[in-house]
Design a protein around this ligand. Structure first.
Ligand SMILES: CC(C)(COP(=O)(O)OP(=O)(O)OC[C@H]1O[C@@H](n2cnc3c(N)ncnc32)[C@H](O)[C@@H]1OP(=O)(O)O)[C@@H](O)C(=O)NCCC(=O)NCCS
Length: 328
C-alpha cells in the first residue's frame, strides 16, 4: 500500500520582525523573561490590513509548484490547516486554490490547534492510501497576530505568523514516508485555550469586542502541565510501539511552543539535545504551522530515509506523535 511522502516543501514568512525589544515598549515584560520562560527572541508578523492566511499560503504554493515543476492542473486536492482562516467561510483552501490557479482539485480546511500538521498530514495520508488522490497540496498557515491581544503580556510574546506548503504524493518505497501516527483529543482543553467570541456560541457584538473576547485566551500554567506530560508520553509511546531506541532516531521535530516543553519531550525519549530541532527563537509559536516550518528550515540536514519523530500538543486539547521517514 502506498504511503504519503512529502516530495516538496516551501515556506512564506512575512518580512516584519517583532522583537522582544519592541514588545518591551508595548507591555510590562522583558527580553530576559521571554527568553528564559519561552525561548522566543523574535517572531514574524503579517502586518498589512486586508491580508490573511491565503496571502502567505498562496505565496508558498506558487513557490512549491515552481520548485517541484508541478502543473496546477495536476493537483487533485488542496487541504489547508489553520485556526486563523481568511474568513469563517468559504474555506481558505478554496481561496488559495483560486489565487494560484488550481482548478481541478477539491479540498477543505481543518482546525486542530497546534497539532494541526499531525492531524492534517495523517488525514491526507488516508486519501493517498485509499488511492483517492495522487498529488495533494497541504498548506499549514497561521496569522495568529490577528487574534493576539498586544495589551496582554501573558500571550502577546508567544505567537507568530507563517505558512508552509507541501506536495504530498504516494510511494511504495518502504524506506520513506509516513510509517505511523497516534493522535488524541480531550475536550477538557476548551476551558484553558480558546478564542471565545466570533463563532455561533458568542457571535460578534460591540460587547464581545469591548470585552476583548476575540483574542486568544490561554491559562498558560494549566496548558503547560498538560503539554509537558502528554507530548512526552505520546512520543515515548511511538518509540516503544516500533521498538525504536534513541540511536534509531535521526531527529525529533517538536511543536515549537515553549523550549521547556521541547526539552522535557527530548529527555523523556532519551535523545541527545543535538537531535532535537529548535527554531522557536526565530519564529515563536506559529501553531499547527510550526512542525512543517521546522521541516522546511532544517531540511538540508535530513537524509532520505532518516527516521523522524514529530510531536505536538495544542488547543482542544489535541496532541500526537508521528513516525516519518524523510523522503526527499
Ligand atoms: C505561557 C507560558 C510561557 C508562561 O510561563 P510560566 O512560567 O508558566 O509563567 P506563569 O504564567 O506561571 O507566570 C509567572 C509570572 O510571570 C508573569 N508573566 C507572565 N507573562 C509575562 C511576561 N510576558 N513578562 C513578564 N512577566 C510575565 C506572570 O504574571 C506571573 O507573575 P506572578 O507570579 O506575579 O503572578 C507557559 O505557561 C507556557 O508556555 N504554557 C504552555 C504554552 C503551550 O504549550 N501552548 C500549547 C499550544 S499553543
Amino acid at each position: 500500500m502506498k504511503r504519503a511522502v512529502i516530495t516538496g516543501i516551501e515556506a512564506s514568512i512575512p518580512d516584519y520582525v517583532l522583537t522582544n525589544a519592541e514588545l518591551e515598549t508595548m507591555v510590562d515584560t522583558s527580553d530576559q523573561w521571554i527568553r528564559e520562560r519561552t525561548g522566543i527572541v523574535e517572531r514574524h508578523i503579517l502586518k498589512q490590513d486586508g491580508l490573511g492566511v491565503s496571502e502567505m499560503g498562496a505565496d508558498a504554493v506558487r513557490k512549491l509548484l515552481s520548485a517541484t515543476g508541478t502543473k496546477a492542473d495536476d493537483i487533485d486536492m488542496v487541504v489547508c490547516h489553520t485556526v486563523s482562516p481568511d474568513m469563517l467561510f468559504p474555506a481558505t483552501a478554496n481561496v488559495i486554490s483560486d489565487k494560484v490557479g488550481i482548478k481541478n482539485a477539491w479540498g477543505f480546511d481543518m482546525g486542530a490547534g497546534c497539532s494541526g500538521f499531525l492531524f492534517s498530514f495523517s488525514t491526507v495520508d488516508a486519501f493517498i492510501r485509499a488511492g483517492r488522490a495522487k498529488k495533494i497540496v497541504l498548506v499549514c498557515g497561521e496569522r495568529l497576530s490577528g487574534m493576539t491581544d498586544y495589551t496582554d503580556r501573558n500571550t502577546c510574546p508567544l505567537f507568530g505568523d507563517a505558512a508552509v506548503a507541501m506536495l504530498v504524493e504516494g510511494s511504495d518505497d518502504p524506506t520513506i514516508g509516513l510509517v505511523d501516527y497516534e493522535n488524541h483529543v480531550d475536550g477538557i482543553g476548551r476551558h484553558y485555550l480558546y478564542q471565545k467570541a466570533g463563532g455561533s456560541m458568542y457571535p460578534p457584538t460591540a460587547e464581545t469586542v469591548a470585552r476583548r473576547e476575540h483574542y486568544i485566551y490561554q491559562d498558560g500554567k494549566t496548558v503547560f502541565k498538560y503539554a509537558v506530560s502528554n507530548m512526552a508520553d505520546v512520543s515515548a509511546a511511538m518509540m516503544e510501539r516500533h521498538s525504536l531506541q534513541p540511536d534509531d532516531i535521526a531527529w525529533l521535530i517538536p511543536h515549537q511552543a515553549n523550549l521547556r516543553i521541547i526539552a522535557a519531550t527530548g529527555h523523556r525519549m532519551g535523545l541527545d539535545d543535538s537531535k532535537v530541532l529548535v527554531n522557536i527563537e526565530k519564529f515563536g509559536n506559529t501553531g499547527g504551522t510550526s512542525i512543517p516550518l521546522a521541516l522546511w528550515d532544517f531540511k538540508d540536514r535530513f537524509k532520505r530515509g532518516d527516521n523522524l519523530i514529530l510531536s505536538a500538543f495544542g488547543a482542544g486539547f489535541t496532541w500526537g506523535a508521528m513516525y516519518y521517514k524523510w523522503g526527499i
